[in-house]
Design a protein around this ligand. Structure first.
Ligand SMILES: NC(=O)c1ccc[n+]([C@@H]2O[C@H](COP(=O)([O-])OP(=O)(O)OC[C@H]3O[C@@H](n4cnc5c(N)ncnc54)[C@H](O)[C@@H]3O)[C@@H](O)[C@H]2O)c1
Length: 344
Protein backbone atom coordinates (compact mmCIF):
# COMPACT_ATOMS: atom_id res chain seq x y z
CA UNK A 1 0.00 0.00 0.00
CA UNK A 2 1.51 3.33 -1.05
CA UNK A 3 0.51 6.56 0.64
CA UNK A 4 -0.39 9.35 -1.72
CA UNK A 5 0.03 12.74 -0.10
CA UNK A 6 -2.72 15.08 -1.32
CA UNK A 7 -2.89 18.54 0.23
CA UNK A 8 -5.97 20.72 -0.32
CA UNK A 9 -5.07 24.36 0.26
CA UNK A 10 -5.17 27.87 -1.14
CA UNK A 11 -2.53 28.47 -3.79
CA UNK A 12 -0.88 31.08 -1.54
CA UNK A 13 -0.26 28.38 1.09
CA UNK A 14 1.71 26.01 -1.13
CA UNK A 15 5.05 27.75 -0.47
CA UNK A 16 4.75 27.14 3.29
CA UNK A 17 5.15 23.40 2.78
CA UNK A 18 8.50 23.91 1.02
CA UNK A 19 9.85 26.24 3.71
CA UNK A 20 9.71 23.37 6.18
CA UNK A 21 11.33 21.01 3.71
CA UNK A 22 14.27 22.57 2.00
CA UNK A 23 16.41 25.61 1.40
CA UNK A 24 15.43 27.50 -1.74
CA UNK A 25 18.47 26.29 -3.67
CA UNK A 26 17.02 22.78 -3.66
CA UNK A 27 13.66 23.68 -5.18
CA UNK A 28 13.19 23.84 -8.97
CA UNK A 29 9.94 24.63 -10.75
CA UNK A 30 8.80 23.38 -14.14
CA UNK A 31 5.69 25.25 -15.21
CA UNK A 32 3.26 25.58 -18.06
CA UNK A 33 3.93 28.98 -19.64
CA UNK A 34 0.18 29.68 -19.58
CA UNK A 35 -0.01 29.52 -15.79
CA UNK A 36 3.19 31.45 -15.03
CA UNK A 37 1.36 34.06 -12.86
CA UNK A 38 0.22 31.25 -10.52
CA UNK A 39 3.82 30.33 -9.81
CA UNK A 40 4.43 33.65 -8.05
CA UNK A 41 1.19 33.25 -6.10
CA UNK A 42 2.39 29.94 -4.62
CA UNK A 43 5.18 31.78 -2.81
CA UNK A 44 7.59 28.89 -3.48
CA UNK A 45 11.17 30.13 -3.26
CA UNK A 46 12.85 28.32 -6.11
CA UNK A 47 16.35 28.34 -7.49
CA UNK A 48 15.00 28.30 -11.04
CA UNK A 49 11.79 28.23 -13.07
CA UNK A 50 11.65 26.35 -16.37
CA UNK A 51 8.69 27.26 -18.59
CA UNK A 52 7.34 24.78 -21.10
CA UNK A 53 4.70 24.87 -23.84
CA UNK A 54 2.10 22.45 -22.55
CA UNK A 55 1.15 20.55 -25.68
CA UNK A 56 1.41 16.91 -26.69
CA UNK A 57 4.23 17.78 -29.13
CA UNK A 58 6.42 19.00 -26.24
CA UNK A 59 5.64 15.97 -24.10
CA UNK A 60 8.67 14.11 -25.38
CA UNK A 61 12.25 13.12 -24.68
CA UNK A 62 13.62 16.37 -26.08
CA UNK A 63 11.86 18.37 -23.35
CA UNK A 64 12.91 15.82 -20.72
CA UNK A 65 16.56 16.13 -21.83
CA UNK A 66 16.32 19.93 -21.83
CA UNK A 67 14.92 19.92 -18.27
CA UNK A 68 17.59 17.49 -17.04
CA UNK A 69 20.33 19.61 -18.64
CA UNK A 70 18.83 22.74 -17.02
CA UNK A 71 18.78 21.03 -13.61
CA UNK A 72 22.39 19.96 -14.05
CA UNK A 73 23.51 23.46 -15.10
CA UNK A 74 21.82 24.93 -12.02
CA UNK A 75 23.62 22.41 -9.84
CA UNK A 76 20.57 20.42 -8.74
CA UNK A 77 21.82 17.54 -6.59
CA UNK A 78 20.11 14.39 -5.37
CA UNK A 79 18.44 16.24 -2.51
CA UNK A 80 16.54 18.61 -4.81
CA UNK A 81 12.79 18.66 -5.36
CA UNK A 82 11.20 19.50 -8.71
CA UNK A 83 7.73 21.04 -8.66
CA UNK A 84 5.48 20.70 -11.71
CA UNK A 85 2.85 23.45 -12.01
CA UNK A 86 0.36 23.02 -14.83
CA UNK A 87 -2.02 20.50 -16.36
CA UNK A 88 -1.40 16.82 -17.12
CA UNK A 89 1.18 17.53 -19.82
CA UNK A 90 3.30 19.47 -17.33
CA UNK A 91 2.89 17.06 -14.43
CA UNK A 92 3.71 14.08 -16.70
CA UNK A 93 6.86 15.76 -18.07
CA UNK A 94 7.96 16.95 -14.62
CA UNK A 95 7.33 13.63 -12.90
CA UNK A 96 9.21 11.72 -15.59
CA UNK A 97 12.15 14.16 -15.73
CA UNK A 98 12.53 14.11 -11.94
CA UNK A 99 12.28 10.31 -11.94
CA UNK A 100 15.22 9.87 -14.31
CA UNK A 101 17.41 12.87 -13.33
CA UNK A 102 20.31 11.50 -11.25
CA UNK A 103 18.40 8.17 -11.15
CA UNK A 104 15.46 9.88 -9.48
CA UNK A 105 14.94 12.96 -7.33
CA UNK A 106 11.85 14.06 -5.43
CA UNK A 107 9.00 15.87 -7.11
CA UNK A 108 5.68 17.52 -6.28
CA UNK A 109 2.76 18.83 -8.32
CA UNK A 110 0.40 21.78 -8.33
CA UNK A 111 -2.12 20.59 -10.94
CA UNK A 112 -3.95 23.44 -12.66
CA UNK A 113 -6.62 21.73 -14.79
CA UNK A 114 -9.65 19.80 -13.59
CA UNK A 115 -8.36 16.70 -15.37
CA UNK A 116 -4.98 16.85 -13.68
CA UNK A 117 -6.50 17.54 -10.23
CA UNK A 118 -8.73 14.48 -10.36
CA UNK A 119 -6.59 12.21 -12.49
CA UNK A 120 -3.26 12.98 -14.18
CA UNK A 121 -1.39 14.30 -11.12
CA UNK A 122 -2.55 11.48 -8.85
CA UNK A 123 -1.33 7.91 -8.88
CA UNK A 124 2.31 8.18 -9.89
CA UNK A 125 2.10 7.44 -13.62
CA UNK A 126 4.56 9.80 -15.30
CA UNK A 127 5.12 9.37 -18.99
CA UNK A 128 6.03 11.07 -22.23
CA UNK A 129 5.17 10.36 -25.85
CA UNK A 130 7.35 8.53 -28.36
CA UNK A 131 6.70 9.64 -31.95
CA UNK A 132 2.93 9.38 -32.33
CA UNK A 133 2.55 6.91 -29.45
CA UNK A 134 1.13 8.53 -26.32
CA UNK A 135 2.71 7.86 -22.92
CA UNK A 136 4.89 5.15 -24.44
CA UNK A 137 7.84 5.86 -22.15
CA UNK A 138 7.32 6.32 -18.45
CA UNK A 139 7.64 5.25 -14.86
CA UNK A 140 5.36 4.68 -11.91
CA UNK A 141 6.69 6.78 -9.05
CA UNK A 142 4.74 8.81 -6.50
CA UNK A 143 5.21 12.56 -5.99
CA UNK A 144 6.09 13.74 -2.48
CA UNK A 145 2.95 15.88 -2.49
CA UNK A 146 0.10 16.96 -4.76
CA UNK A 147 -1.36 20.38 -3.91
CA UNK A 148 -4.94 20.77 -5.02
CA UNK A 149 -5.90 24.42 -5.03
CA UNK A 150 -9.17 25.92 -6.26
CA UNK A 151 -7.73 29.13 -7.75
CA UNK A 152 -6.21 27.74 -10.99
CA UNK A 153 -9.62 26.63 -12.23
CA UNK A 154 -10.82 30.26 -12.40
CA UNK A 155 -8.89 30.81 -15.64
CA UNK A 156 -9.57 27.41 -17.16
CA UNK A 157 -11.54 27.48 -20.45
CA UNK A 158 -14.89 25.68 -20.34
CA UNK A 159 -13.66 23.10 -22.89
CA UNK A 160 -11.04 22.04 -20.32
CA UNK A 161 -13.70 21.80 -17.59
CA UNK A 162 -15.71 19.49 -19.86
CA UNK A 163 -12.62 17.39 -20.55
CA UNK A 164 -11.96 16.97 -16.81
CA UNK A 165 -15.64 16.36 -16.10
CA UNK A 166 -15.46 13.00 -17.87
CA UNK A 167 -12.73 11.76 -15.50
CA UNK A 168 -14.61 13.22 -12.51
CA UNK A 169 -17.84 11.38 -13.34
CA UNK A 170 -15.88 8.25 -14.32
CA UNK A 171 -14.38 8.13 -10.83
CA UNK A 172 -17.79 8.24 -9.17
CA UNK A 173 -19.16 5.61 -11.56
CA UNK A 174 -16.45 3.34 -10.15
CA UNK A 175 -16.94 4.30 -6.50
CA UNK A 176 -19.98 6.27 -5.42
CA UNK A 177 -19.79 5.50 -1.71
CA UNK A 178 -20.40 9.17 -0.85
CA UNK A 179 -23.12 9.70 -3.49
CA UNK A 180 -20.91 12.20 -5.26
CA UNK A 181 -21.98 11.10 -8.75
CA UNK A 182 -25.38 12.75 -8.33
CA UNK A 183 -23.82 15.89 -6.79
CA UNK A 184 -21.29 16.09 -9.62
CA UNK A 185 -24.03 15.88 -12.27
CA UNK A 186 -25.96 18.62 -10.47
CA UNK A 187 -22.94 20.95 -10.16
CA UNK A 188 -21.68 20.40 -13.71
CA UNK A 189 -25.20 20.98 -15.06
CA UNK A 190 -25.35 24.32 -13.21
CA UNK A 191 -21.92 25.29 -14.57
CA UNK A 192 -23.09 24.53 -18.13
CA UNK A 193 -26.30 26.50 -17.57
CA UNK A 194 -24.18 29.42 -16.32
CA UNK A 195 -22.38 29.43 -19.68
CA UNK A 196 -19.36 27.57 -18.33
CA UNK A 197 -18.71 30.05 -15.50
CA UNK A 198 -17.58 28.57 -12.20
CA UNK A 199 -18.71 31.59 -10.13
CA UNK A 200 -20.76 30.36 -7.22
CA UNK A 201 -19.92 26.71 -7.96
CA UNK A 202 -16.25 26.65 -6.97
CA UNK A 203 -16.96 25.40 -3.46
CA UNK A 204 -19.11 22.50 -4.68
CA UNK A 205 -16.59 21.69 -7.39
CA UNK A 206 -13.76 21.75 -4.84
CA UNK A 207 -15.67 19.28 -2.67
CA UNK A 208 -16.16 16.98 -5.66
CA UNK A 209 -12.50 17.25 -6.70
CA UNK A 210 -11.44 16.25 -3.17
CA UNK A 211 -13.78 13.27 -3.34
CA UNK A 212 -12.55 12.13 -6.74
CA UNK A 213 -8.89 12.66 -5.85
CA UNK A 214 -9.39 10.57 -2.70
CA UNK A 215 -11.01 7.73 -4.67
CA UNK A 216 -8.19 7.71 -7.23
CA UNK A 217 -5.49 7.96 -4.55
CA UNK A 218 -7.11 5.06 -2.67
CA UNK A 219 -7.21 2.80 -5.72
CA UNK A 220 -3.73 3.79 -6.97
CA UNK A 221 -2.29 3.44 -3.46
CA UNK A 222 -3.68 -0.09 -3.07
CA UNK A 223 -2.61 -1.14 -6.56
CA UNK A 224 0.15 1.22 -7.78
CA UNK A 225 1.36 -1.09 -10.58
CA UNK A 226 -2.07 -1.84 -12.06
CA UNK A 227 -2.17 -5.54 -11.24
CA UNK A 228 -5.87 -5.55 -10.45
CA UNK A 229 -8.12 -2.89 -8.94
CA UNK A 230 -6.39 0.02 -10.71
CA UNK A 231 -7.55 -1.37 -14.06
CA UNK A 232 -11.05 -0.22 -13.10
CA UNK A 233 -9.89 3.36 -13.66
CA UNK A 234 -9.80 2.51 -17.37
CA UNK A 235 -13.59 2.77 -17.55
CA UNK A 236 -14.40 4.35 -20.92
CA UNK A 237 -10.74 4.25 -21.97
CA UNK A 238 -10.71 1.19 -24.26
CA UNK A 239 -13.30 2.85 -26.49
CA UNK A 240 -11.86 6.28 -25.64
CA UNK A 241 -8.35 5.49 -26.85
CA UNK A 242 -9.74 4.03 -30.07
CA UNK A 243 -11.81 7.20 -30.59
CA UNK A 244 -8.77 9.44 -29.99
CA UNK A 245 -6.72 7.38 -32.44
CA UNK A 246 -9.38 7.33 -35.15
CA UNK A 247 -9.77 11.11 -34.83
CA UNK A 248 -6.04 11.57 -35.37
CA UNK A 249 -5.82 12.78 -31.75
CA UNK A 250 -8.13 15.70 -32.59
CA UNK A 251 -10.88 14.68 -30.16
CA UNK A 252 -9.67 15.64 -26.65
CA UNK A 253 -9.01 12.80 -24.22
CA UNK A 254 -11.84 13.71 -21.84
CA UNK A 255 -14.37 13.96 -24.66
CA UNK A 256 -13.28 10.57 -25.99
CA UNK A 257 -13.61 9.06 -22.50
CA UNK A 258 -17.09 10.57 -22.19
CA UNK A 259 -18.22 8.89 -25.44
CA UNK A 260 -16.31 5.75 -24.40
CA UNK A 261 -18.20 5.43 -21.11
CA UNK A 262 -21.53 5.60 -22.97
CA UNK A 263 -20.38 2.87 -25.38
CA UNK A 264 -19.18 0.75 -22.44
CA UNK A 265 -22.58 1.18 -20.77
CA UNK A 266 -24.40 0.14 -23.97
CA UNK A 267 -22.15 -2.90 -24.29
CA UNK A 268 -22.71 -3.77 -20.65
CA UNK A 269 -26.48 -3.61 -21.14
CA UNK A 270 -26.26 -5.79 -24.27
CA UNK A 271 -24.32 -8.36 -22.26
CA UNK A 272 -27.02 -8.30 -19.60
CA UNK A 273 -24.59 -6.97 -16.98
CA UNK A 274 -25.71 -3.38 -16.47
CA UNK A 275 -29.01 -2.51 -14.88
CA UNK A 276 -31.64 -1.78 -17.50
CA UNK A 277 -31.63 1.81 -18.74
CA UNK A 278 -28.16 2.65 -17.40
CA UNK A 279 -26.77 3.75 -20.77
CA UNK A 280 -29.76 6.04 -21.36
CA UNK A 281 -29.43 7.57 -17.89
CA UNK A 282 -25.71 8.22 -18.31
CA UNK A 283 -26.32 9.72 -21.74
CA UNK A 284 -28.89 12.16 -20.32
CA UNK A 285 -26.63 13.04 -17.36
CA UNK A 286 -23.53 13.57 -19.51
CA UNK A 287 -25.48 15.75 -21.99
CA UNK A 288 -26.77 17.88 -19.11
CA UNK A 289 -23.16 18.33 -17.99
CA UNK A 290 -22.18 19.54 -21.47
CA UNK A 291 -20.23 16.39 -22.28
CA UNK A 292 -20.30 14.73 -25.72
CA UNK A 293 -21.98 11.32 -25.82
CA UNK A 294 -22.17 10.29 -29.47
CA UNK A 295 -19.08 8.76 -31.04
CA UNK A 296 -18.62 10.02 -34.63
CA UNK A 297 -17.13 6.69 -35.84
CA UNK A 298 -18.86 3.40 -36.60
CA UNK A 299 -18.13 0.68 -34.04
CA UNK A 300 -16.17 -1.48 -36.51
CA UNK A 301 -13.59 1.30 -36.88
CA UNK A 302 -13.14 1.40 -33.13
CA UNK A 303 -12.82 -2.36 -32.77
CA UNK A 304 -10.36 -2.36 -35.71
CA UNK A 305 -8.22 0.16 -33.80
CA UNK A 306 -8.51 -1.93 -30.61
CA UNK A 307 -7.06 -4.99 -32.32
CA UNK A 308 -3.87 -3.03 -32.81
CA UNK A 309 -3.93 -1.53 -29.31
CA UNK A 310 -1.40 -2.65 -26.71
CA UNK A 311 -4.17 -3.82 -24.38
CA UNK A 312 -5.24 -6.53 -26.81
CA UNK A 313 -3.96 -9.97 -25.88
CA UNK A 314 -4.63 -12.47 -28.64
CA UNK A 315 -8.17 -11.99 -29.78
CA UNK A 316 -9.57 -10.49 -26.59
CA UNK A 317 -9.75 -6.86 -25.51
CA UNK A 318 -10.20 -5.76 -21.88
CA UNK A 319 -13.18 -3.60 -21.05
CA UNK A 320 -14.34 -2.04 -17.82
CA UNK A 321 -18.12 -2.16 -17.86
CA UNK A 322 -20.46 -0.18 -15.61
CA UNK A 323 -23.11 -2.25 -13.82
CA UNK A 324 -24.81 0.58 -11.97
CA UNK A 325 -23.72 3.95 -10.58
CA UNK A 326 -20.74 3.12 -8.36
CA UNK A 327 -20.07 -0.43 -9.59
CA UNK A 328 -18.00 -1.64 -12.51
CA UNK A 329 -16.57 -4.97 -13.65
CA UNK A 330 -13.83 -6.01 -16.08
CA UNK A 331 -14.50 -8.34 -19.00
CA UNK A 332 -12.37 -9.59 -21.88
CA UNK A 333 -14.33 -9.66 -25.11
CA UNK A 334 -13.38 -10.26 -28.73
CA UNK A 335 -13.59 -7.20 -30.99
CA UNK A 336 -15.94 -9.16 -33.29
CA UNK A 337 -18.39 -9.75 -30.44
CA UNK A 338 -18.24 -6.08 -29.46
CA UNK A 339 -19.03 -5.04 -33.03
CA UNK A 340 -21.92 -7.50 -33.29
CA UNK A 341 -23.45 -6.58 -29.93
CA UNK A 342 -23.27 -2.83 -30.51
CA UNK A 343 -24.71 -3.15 -34.02
CA UNK A 344 -27.72 -5.20 -32.91
N1 LIG B 1 -0.28 10.46 -15.64
C1 LIG B 1 -1.54 10.12 -15.69
O1 LIG B 1 -2.00 9.28 -14.92
C2 LIG B 1 -2.44 10.80 -16.68
C3 LIG B 1 -3.83 10.61 -16.60
C4 LIG B 1 -4.64 11.30 -17.49
C5 LIG B 1 -4.07 12.14 -18.43
N2 LIG B 1 -2.72 12.30 -18.49
C6 LIG B 1 -2.10 13.18 -19.46
O2 LIG B 1 -2.54 14.51 -19.19
C7 LIG B 1 -2.45 15.26 -20.40
C8 LIG B 1 -3.65 16.16 -20.52
O3 LIG B 1 -3.65 17.02 -19.42
P1 LIG B 1 -4.69 18.20 -19.17
O4 LIG B 1 -5.97 17.87 -19.79
O5 LIG B 1 -4.60 18.51 -17.75
O6 LIG B 1 -4.18 19.40 -20.01
P2 LIG B 1 -2.85 20.11 -20.50
O7 LIG B 1 -1.75 20.03 -19.55
O8 LIG B 1 -2.65 19.61 -21.90
O9 LIG B 1 -3.41 21.60 -20.56
C9 LIG B 1 -4.47 21.91 -21.43
C10 LIG B 1 -4.43 23.38 -21.80
O10 LIG B 1 -4.87 24.16 -20.69
C11 LIG B 1 -3.89 25.16 -20.38
N3 LIG B 1 -3.98 25.38 -18.94
C12 LIG B 1 -3.54 24.59 -17.93
N4 LIG B 1 -3.92 25.07 -16.75
C13 LIG B 1 -4.62 26.21 -17.00
C14 LIG B 1 -5.29 27.15 -16.18
N5 LIG B 1 -5.35 27.01 -14.87
N6 LIG B 1 -5.91 28.20 -16.79
C15 LIG B 1 -5.89 28.33 -18.13
N7 LIG B 1 -5.29 27.45 -18.96
C16 LIG B 1 -4.66 26.41 -18.40
C17 LIG B 1 -2.59 24.58 -20.87
O11 LIG B 1 -1.65 25.59 -21.14
C18 LIG B 1 -3.03 23.88 -22.15
O12 LIG B 1 -3.16 24.80 -23.20
C19 LIG B 1 -2.27 14.27 -21.52
O13 LIG B 1 -0.95 14.33 -22.00
C20 LIG B 1 -2.52 12.91 -20.87
O14 LIG B 1 -1.76 11.89 -21.45
C21 LIG B 1 -1.91 11.65 -17.63
Amino acid sequence: METINIIHCAVEEVGLWFEGQDASDHVFIVCDRNVRPLVDRTGIKAKGIYEIDADEGSKDFVTVTDICRWLMELGADRSCIVVGIGGGVTTDITGFSASVYKRGVRFAFVPTTLLSQVDAAIGGKNGVNLDSFKNMIGVIRQPDAVFICPEPLDTLPYTQIVSGAAELLKTFLIDNSNNLYEKAVETLTRVREAGGKLDGHSENLGYLISGAAAVKAGIAGRDPFEKGERRLLNLGHTFGHAIEKESGEVIPHGNAVSMGIILAARLSEKLGLAEKGLAGRLEADFKACGMPTECPFPVERLTGAMRKDKKAEGELVHFVLPLTIGRVETRSISPDDVTRLLQE
